[in-house]
Design a binder for this molecule. Structure first.
Ligand SMILES: [Zn+2]
Length: 305
C-alpha cells in the first residue's frame, strides 16, 4: 500500500486509493470512506457492466489501487480475470453484492442474479460489509468508517420505507414491472411487484421471438398499462412490445426510463444511489397507477432532467 501512495497523481498523504466498478458501488465507497480515501469509479453513467471490457487505463488504475470494490455475481463478466490477478498480487478485493447477501444471511436470487442494489435494505448490508472491509485494511480509520456507514444506512432505511409506501399504493392488478432485461428481481421481492425482463439476467443474451410473443399475450390479456425503458440498455425490444400491443388494440405506454445497471449523470440527483432508487421507485409507482408524491422521496425527484 505504501508504494502505491508515492506514485504521481496520487491522493493526499495517507489517503486510501479505492477503485470501484459500477456507480452503485462507488457511491458506497465515497459515503463510507469520506475524506479517508480517493475513490475512482471505472464505469460511469450509461455504461452496461455486463458488456464492459477493462481499458488499458483501468488496468493501470486497478494495479495502483490499495483496495478494489466490485459488485460480483458475474455482473462485471469480462473483468473477473483481472480481479483474480489483483488478488494474487495481495490487493484487498471485495465483491460487494456477494458480501451484502452474506451479511444479510440470504442467498442470491435464481441464476446468481447480480442486481442486489435494487433492494435498498439489502444494499444497506453492502454498506456495512464495505465499512468492515475498509476497517480491516486501514485499522487506524476504523471508527470513521463505522460512523459514516451508520449514518448512510439510516438514510437508506428511510429510503426503503419510502419505497414500501409508494409501491404499496399501486393497485393490486397492476403490480407488474416489465423492463428491457431482468435487472429488477430483487426490486420485485423487496417491494411486492411481479417482474418480467424481455432479455435475460445479462444483456449478453438475446430475447427470443417466442418469449416476446408470450409476454405480449400476457400484457394484452392483463391490461398492463406501462412498460419501462432502461438507461443503459437498448430500447429496441421495449419499443417492439409497445408497437405489438398497439397492433392488438391495447394502449401500452412507456412508463419512463429506469436506471438499472448504471446511475444517472455524475453531479445530478440520479447520479447518486439514493437519487437513482428514488427515481425508479417513484417512476414505477406512478406509471402503474400508484400515488407517489410529485417530488419523490425528498422533494428532488423530477428536477434532475
Ligand atoms: Zn443487468
Amino acid at each position: 500500500m505504501a508504494g502505491a501512495l508515492l506514485l504521481a497523481g496520487s491522493p493526499a498523504w495517507g489517503q486510501l486509493r479505492i477503485v470501484t466498478t459500477v456507480g452503485m458501488v462507488r457511491a458506497i465507497a465515497e459515503e463510507v470512506a469520506g475524506p479517508e480515501a480517493e475513490v475512482t469509479g471505472l464505469m460511469g453513467s450509461g455504461v452496461d457492466p455486463h458488456l464492459y471490457k477493462p481499458t488499458r487505463g483501468d488496468v493501470v488504475a486497478l494495479s495502483q489501487a490499495d483496495v478494489i470494490l466490485y459488485n460480483g455475481l458475474h455482473l462485471e463478466g469480462r473483468m473477473v480475470e483481472i480481479f483474480a490477478r489483483m488478488e494474487r498480487r495481495d490487493t484487498p478485493v471485495l465483491a460487494v453484492a456477494e458480501a451484502a447477501l452474506e451479511e444479510a444471511g440470504e442467498a442470491p436470487l435464481p441464476g446468481d442474479d447480480p442486481h442486489v442494489w435494487m433492494d435498498v435494505s439489502l444494499w444497506s448490508h453492502a454498506v456495512a460489509a464495505v465499512a468492515e472491509f475498509l476497517a480491516e485494511v486501514d485499522e487506524e480509520n476504523a471508527a470513521g468508517y463505522a460512523e459514516r456507514a451508520a449514518e448512510y444506512r439510516r438514510r437508506l432505511t428511510s429510503l426503503h420505507a419510502y419505497g414500501e409506501e409508494v409501491t404499496g399504493s399501486i393497485p393490486a392488478g397492476r403490480r407488474v414491472l416489465i423492463t428491457a432485461h431482468d435487472a429488477f428481481s430483487y426490486f420485485g421481492e423487496a417491494y411486492g411487484v411481479e417482474v418480467r425482463g424481455i432479455q435475460g439476467l445479462s444483456t449478453e443474451s438475446e430475447a427470443g421471438v417466442r418469449d416476446v410473443e408470450r409476454l405480449l399475450d400476457s400484457i394484452v390479456r392483463r391490461g398492463i398499462p406501462a412498460i419501462f425503458v432502461e438507461d443503459s440498455v437498448s430500447d429496441k425490444n421495449v419499443r417492439a412490445l409497445v408497437e405489438g400491443a398497439r397492433a392488438r388494440g391495447h394502449d401500452l405506454r412507456i412508463g419512463g426510463t429506469l436506471y438499472s445497471d448504471a446511475m444517472g449523470p455524475e453531479g445530478s440527483y440520479t447520479g447518486t444511489y439514493i437519487g437513482m432508487l428514488d427515481h425508479n421507485l417513484t417512476t414505477i409507482s406512478r406509471a402503474l397507477g400508484g400515488s407517489p408524491p410529485a417530488g419523490g422521496f425528498q422533494g428532488q425527484h423530477g428536477k434532475e432532467n
